[in-house]
Design a protein around this ligand. Sequence first.
Ligand SMILES: [Mg+2]
Length: 233
Amino acid sequence: MKLRGVLLDLDGTLVDHESAAAAGLRAWLPSLGLAPTDEAVARWSTLQEAHLAAWRAGRISFAEQRRRRLRDFLGTGGSDAELDEVFAGYLTHYEREWRAYDDVAGALATIAAAGLGTAVLTNGTRDQQRCKLAATGLGGRVGPIYTIDDLGVAKPHPDAFRRACARWGLAPGAVLSVGDDHALDVLGARAAGLRAAHLDRLGRGPAGEAHRIASLAELGGLLSSGGGRDRAV
Ligand SMILES: [Mg+2]
């Protein structure tokens, strides 16, 4: 089947969430009288993943995962309204740090030159991810955006990919998924019948992945590479 489109992940693929979260946290902590240490950044990241996972599984609301993250991080209580206000301070700093990776503009041009469409599939919320794309200059340049809010299911569930492709109007076999999380963006996509390539920006592996690129700048080579039954594209 002919390749028709590239389905891109957002955080860690188009926008550097990890750096934004770390920088945002470091800028915000002093306002709480806390030191912006490496340990604090690591703990925030761990708590973020744990509580986001509960939200993605549908067990708690998006607002509640933020409150739980904050309660665990600060070791304090507080009403929902109080916690929401404190979290808003972090959000201001986090959003200020949103940046698209340097290789995104070139990759979008390469995809367009190959005659392929683009869309975004993200395990984030509709509002925040649309704001993120707009703030980083990518809004309107990446095709349709599919979120958990839109699809009702999160990656790596194959239905997230199937529903995104159905809405996009493309057969799964005509779509290449590209993302930084191997389990979510590669294995999940393949389980739904898509082709997939792992964007391994930090060299974290797995090393055995045959279709691995270290930068979106390598996407052109991937798109123009030849045959083979298990080829990525
Ligand atoms: Mg990602």
